[in-house]
Structure formats: structure tokens, C-alpha cells
Design a protein around this ligand. Structure first.
Ligand code: HEC
Length: 225
């Protein structure tokens, strides 16, 4: 019993001496010991730096295959003769014909297309007049059978010496431009504006709907009496 008591008090004394010697040297003004400093100061990865832990040692890596940017919708028609024919035949403008869409379409057309195709769409843009660019068709060219789909397709991929306009316009821009091109085509052909005929047919169908509605209302109000 006695021996264990002795051992205990020696242990306690040693403990006290060690802890006193440790704490007596402690100075609040100097930095303390840091164990595992990575926990305090993490390794920073520079935005454009080279780092072994990353593939190709680069921070800048390509997005995963199949990634699309926000707001971008995949375009299902291929850049082939068949793809073009299919788009020409079946691709339709999803936007409603409104003055705002038409106005914006005209503005965008003037920015992106007018230099080559001309403000009237007759293929006489300023670059053609100055003989910088040749072979630009008129939208009224019968052999081309220009439709909603073919205009959109031409903007997506370009066509021979016409470059693609897919990167500088978004989907809505392209459909707004398409509306303006169809108007230009109609004017070149001496026909009433495409947008006017669209609006008229829309109004006619709305009239029909409201007629149906009002007759429905009549019946309900009759029922109420
Ligand atoms: C650098 C001049 C240039 C610009 C800018 C340009 N085009 Fe073209 N475009 C052409 C040429 C050249 C062709 C004829 C290509 C061919 O058939 O070889 C063409 C053809 C077309 C066609 C006919 C496609 C078909 O099916 O035959 C359409 C529609 C068209 N362009 C629309 C546009 C629209 C819309 C814009 C603006 C977003 C635009 N283009 C901008 C040069 C241009």
C-alpha cells in the first residue's frame, strides 16, 4: 500500500513540475505552437495556376462533355444537306408575332445581317455595293424556298461563305430575326407583310374563340336567371 502511495505522489510531483515548466515559459506575445498548420492556412490554388492534384495540372479544365451553357438549348438538326432540308420543312417559329418581337428582329437584323443581305433583303448590302462580298442571294430567290426553319438553320450553322451567327445571338434573337426576314421576303415578292397576315389569322381565331366564349357566357347567364 505504502509503495503505491509513494509512486502516486512522485507521479503527481513530476506532473506538476512538467506543467509548471511548460506554462512558465508561455508568453502571450509570441505566437503559439501550431500543430498541423495546414488546418489553419490552407494551400491556395491560384485561378490560372498549375497544380499537381488536378488533371493536366491545370485549374482551368474543360466542362464535362455534353455540358451546355445556361439558356442554351440543343439544336437537333444536323449541319448536313438532309438536316437543312428537314429544318426547312418542319422547324417552326415558337414566338408569337408581336410588335415588340418584330421591332427587335428588325434591329438585330440591321446589326448582324444587313451589311451583306441589305436592309431590304435583296442581297444588296453595303459590303456587296462596295464589292467586298459577292454571291449574296435575295430572300425572294425562288430556288431557295426560304422558310422559318431554313432561316434559323442558316443562322445556326452558316452556309458556305456566310458564317454561323449562333454565338452572337440567342434563340429568341434568332427567331425575332427570322420574323423580320419573312417580312422582307414578302415585301420583295410584292405580297402583304408576313407578320400582318399572321396577326390577321391570329385575330380571326381569337374572334372565333371569344364568340364561342360569349355564347357560353350567354348560356350561363341565362341559366342564372
Ligand atoms: C458576311 C455576309 C453575310 C452575313 C453577315 C449574313 N449572311 Fe446570310 N448569306 C450570305 C451568303 C453569301 C449566302 C449564300 C450562301 C450560299 O448559298 O452559298 C447567305 C444565305 C442566307 C440565307 C439563305 C439560306 C438558304 O437556305 O439558301 C439566309 C436565310 C440567310 N443568309 C440569312 C441571314 C441572316 C438572318 C443573317 C443575319 C443573322 C445573315 N444571313 C448574315 C452572307 C451573309
Amino acid at each position: 500500500m505504502k509503495i503505491t502511495n509513494m509512486k502516486n505522489s512522485i507521479n503527481i510531483a513530476v506532473f506538476i513540475i512538467i506543467s509548471m515548466s511548460l506554462t512558465s515559459c508561455f508568453n502571450k506575445k509570441t505566437p503559439n505552437y501550431r500543430y498541423m498548420p495546414n488546418m489553419y492556412t490552407s494551400v491556395s490554388l491560384e485561378t490560372n495556376g498549375e497544380h499537381e492534384i488536378l488533371p493536366n495540372e491545370q485549374v482551368n479544365i474543360l466542362p464535362v462533355e455534353g455540358t451546355i451553357s445556361r439558356g442554351w438549348k440543343p439544336y437537333d438538326y444536323e449541319n448536313t444537306i438532309e438536316g437543312k432540308a428537314l429544318a426547312t420543312a418542319e422547324l417552326k417559329n415558337p414566338l408569337e408575332v408581336t410588335d415588340k418581337n418584330l421591332e427587335q428582329g428588325k434591329e438585330l437584323y440591321t446589326i448582324y445581317c444587313g451589311v451583306c443581305h441589305g436592309d431590304k433583303g435583296d442581297g444588296q448590302g453595303i459590303l456587296v455595293k462596295r464589292e467586298k462580298f459577292l454571291g449574296i442571294p435575295s430572300y425572294a430567290d425562288k430556288g431557295r424556298n426560304i422558310t422559318d426553319g431554313s432561316i434559323y438553320h442558316a443562322m445556326m450553322y452558316g452556309l458556305n461563305s456566310m458564317g454561323s451567327h449562333a454565338s452572337q445571338t440567342d434563340e429568341k434573337d434568332r427567331w425575332q430575326i427570322t420574323m423580320h426576314v419573312l417580312d422582307l421576303k414578302a415585301s420583295l415578292n410584292g405580297e402583304p407583310l408576313w407578320s400582318d397576315t399572321q396577326k390577321e389569322s391570329m385575330m380571326a381565331s381569337e374572334d372565333e374563340m371569344s364568340e364561342n366564349k360569349s355564347s357560353e357566357e350567354e348560356t350561363t347567364s341565362e341559366e342564372q336567371h
